[in-house]
Write a protein that binds this ligand. Sequence first.
Ligand code: SAH
Length: 491
Amino acid sequence: MPDDSTPLYPLFADLRGRTVLVVGGGTVARRKVEALLEAGARVVVGAPRLEPTLADWATRHRIAHRAGEFDPDWLADAWLAIAATDDAAANHAIADAAERRYVWVNVVDDVELSRFQVPARVERGPLQIAISSGGGAPMLARLIHERLEAQFDESYGALAQLLTRHRERIRARWPAHGEHGLAARRRGIARLLAGPLQSLLRKRQHIAAEHAFEKILDADSAHEASSPVETPIGSVALVGAGPGDPGLLTLRALRVLNEADVILHDRLVSPEVLQLARRDAERIEVGKQAGHHHATQERINALLIEHALAGRRVVRLKGGDPFVFGRGGEELEALRAHGIPFEVVPGITAAVACAAYAGVPLTHRDHAQSVRLVTAQCKTSLDTLDWPALAQERQTLAVYMGVAMLDTLQARLIAHGRDAATPFALIENGSHAGQRVVTGPLSQLAERTRGHDVQSPALLIIGEVAALAETLHWYGEAPLGALQPVLDKAA
Ligand code: SAH
């Protein structure tokens, strides 16, 4: 056992065909054996009895079994030994015997007796990240393990596989003779990694990734023969940031944010979410607020294209989901016209998030069999809606961008036959710290909204299910019903 300040020496061992002794026949031993077999070791298990799986492997000769109590001779041709018994004296004997024979030994859960430790690891194909706290802080190692698991998606494994498969070609392409050669290889590989390979692999476009690989190898030859190489084209990820609570971001959104060079985000995207992005990513707010057009759609498209053509990894971050009232489709069309590769990461849309955070199930066997997502941004958008259909019962309406149009909405729904007593729930700043929910009957929608001074962003839910907010609310303050609270404040 090293003293507190001496670090362990990490190594990845090639165990193929080499003997490893595991002492113990229980489930802990089985887990160790499993990993050793995966690494191609010849596993000898010594124990009086074996648990069922180990016993089965022994009969099928996947492992060799030495029956009985530990015998130092079991170490005869072993390179490594693992003691996984629950008998402290036996573990001591194994550790001592191994030490005398210069065999590396690990005693499960015993840092003092162990001469080597098996790190926690994140595996992505041939790529492995090993984590160790030297045995002193296993909980910390576990925490970091979880973080790394979340951070690296499967595309890293696929990328490692591709590079491994073409290893000889990469070496031949950039022969590492002398200092200059080595630097050239490093630059070449950096170019491979910066290119679109990984993004294609993430999209599971393996053939396209192979083509891209060939292209980079070729393009580079051309460059070295003649003139400057052109910057590889970047890419755009259209990412849904959810309603604001960073906990509602997807794992993929988080990974993409971690890799971004530039982030173009809406005003609706919360600072907490932005904080999770790569520190040195450039952040550009391109929010559009009703009435204040910080940036027109054309300007946003132009920015996306400009940054991507300059070879950057661009994230276009939008509140909620990019394909729900997010003009995501238009942005993708513009990218496509310029041949810029893109991917889409869905987000939790406001209707889904606000419903959840207000305790309103959007569908319910007794009350609503369908949901409609509707925008009521302006008079024109209201005129194009199918009012008789919207006024039908037993369905839920989730109205986006509606705060300014509530009078019209209320009047038209009732005029087309929706019951004036139909409940509504209006959720302001859904999932944020300051979330407010206003409830009441459709007939009082506009009046209560004004009375409580509800501001954008707010999402309106109309339908029988909205009444459930009264009983199922769990987040923030209870719903505001009649206007009493505001009148109190005024008094
Ligand atoms: N793409 C977004 C919607 C953009 S339109 C999505 O999928 O959610 C903007 C409208 O979304 C706002 O006017 C409001 O109606 C709604 N909205 C977005 N975030 C909200 C939030 N946190 N609380 C309430 N409504 C929200």
